[in-house]
Design a protein around this ligand. Structure first.
Ligand code: CU
Ligand code: CU
Length: 363
């Protein structure tokens, strides 16, 4: 019996080694550490799963295409500037969910679920006390929903599944100021968030903060790929998502987009960052290289007197948000990062360009 088990173990090890060598031989563009391969069980669109089997996945971190630089330059960055608050007592928001192929890095395609045909979804900006009237139209293939962290409302009544082809409307009053995540809450939530169903809502406080020269919204998130995405679009690798081992990490859905297209400010400007970490699972350790965060409003609590001052790095947890203020006197290129540097390596870095500096940034 023992001999039989040993023989079986050797056979399994041999099979795994074979799979590993096939994957290694099959790699063309992925400059990554090959472990083994992923099994596609096709349990639902945009998802692979290997339930009941040993976790097996290959990392596509750092995959690069030949014309990456040109593609990065040509990419139209997600507009990070905070849009104005709509007039009136009711802010009407209508999102049409679409299954879309997006790019998450130069030449890296991903089959995403986009709240308004893109990732992240649109920035919602309201003032404290305003009513948000949210309509979600499901143009996708499976049920979806929308959960606002800014709302105090019974989830079973508001954050309900909307079937394909259907629309659903609910209202809530944005009574709590802050920067909050919104996301699809349909099960399995991990898959719906990992596929791009998230965004940020900013609720201005009744007692306004000092006016900022520039206000930027950054939604941090991770991507878990079942393929390099350089040929046909990658889909979700649920095993990677479960083990929180992403291939890419981004601000506003695309690796390093604000490195090639920096956010800007003038020397001495008050710059306010509204940061949401959509996750689904990693923390974003927000840090601006070359300066100190003058003010941090932890978890986006903008009540006067609740801010921290003189902070080097501040954690924004998955599902959380925080507001940051910097005022930079010296012209230069100031990278903003998640100081959990694995995330920078996977693409979660951008640049705040202050004035018209010479030279380039170091991160
Ligand atoms: Cu969804
Ligand atoms: Cu949530």
């Amino acid at each position: 019996m023992k001999a039989l088990l040993a023989a079986a173990a050797i056979a399994i090890a041999g099979a795994l080694a074979l799979v590993a060598s096939i994957v290694a031989a099959d790699r063309t563009t992925a400059g990554s550490n090959t472990v083994t391969t992923t099994i596609d069980h096709g349990s639902m669109p945009g998802m692979t799963s290997a339930a009941g089997e040993p976790a097996r996945s290959v990392s596509y971190a750092g995959t690069s295409v030949d014309n990456a630089e040109a593609l990065a330059k040509a990419h139209r960055p997600y507009p990070a500037a905070l849009p104005p608050v709509p007039a009136g007592n009711v802010a009407k928001v209508h999102m049409v969910l679409k299954d879309v192929t997006i790019e998450i890095a130069p030449g890296i395609k991903y089959a995403a679920w986009g709240f308004q045909g893109g990732v992240p979804g649109p920035i919602v900006h309201v003032r404290q006390g305003q009513v948000v009237q949210m309509t979600l139209t499901n143009g996708g293939a499976i049920p979806h929903s929308i959960d606002f962290h800014a709302a105090r409302i019974a989830p079973n009544l508001a954050f309900v599944d909307v079937d394909p082809g259907k629309s659903f409307t609910f209202r809530f009053t944005a009574n709590d100021p802050g920067v909050f995540m919104y996301h699809c809450g349909t099960k399995p939530v991990l898959a719906h968030i990992a596929n791009g169903m998230y965004g940020a809502i900013v609720v201005d406080p009744k007692t306004p903060l000092a006016p900022a020269a520039k206000s930027y919204v950054l939604v941090a998130s991770e991507w878990y790929l079942n393929a390099p995405g350089t040929g046909k679009p990658a889909q979700l690798d649920l095993n990677k998502a479960r083990s929180a081992t992403p291939d890419w990490a981004t601000f506003n859905g695309y690796a390093r987009q604000y490195v090639d297209h920096p956010l800007t400010a003038d020397p001495g400007d008050l710059v306010r960052f509204y940061v949401v970490d959509a996750g689904p699972s990693l923390t974003t350790a927000f840090h601006v290289v070359g300066t100190i965060l003058d003010k941090v409003y932890p978890d986006g609590d903008m009540t006067p007197g609740h801010e921290l001052t003189g902070v080097q790095t501040f954690d924004v947890p998955a599902g959380g948000g925080a507001v940051f203020e910097v005022k930079i006197g010296q012209a230069g290129m100031y990278p903003f990062v998640s100081h959990a540097f694995a995330s920078v390596d996977m693409g979660q870095v951008g640049i705040l360009k202050v004035g018209n500096p010479k030279g380039s940034a170091s991160h």
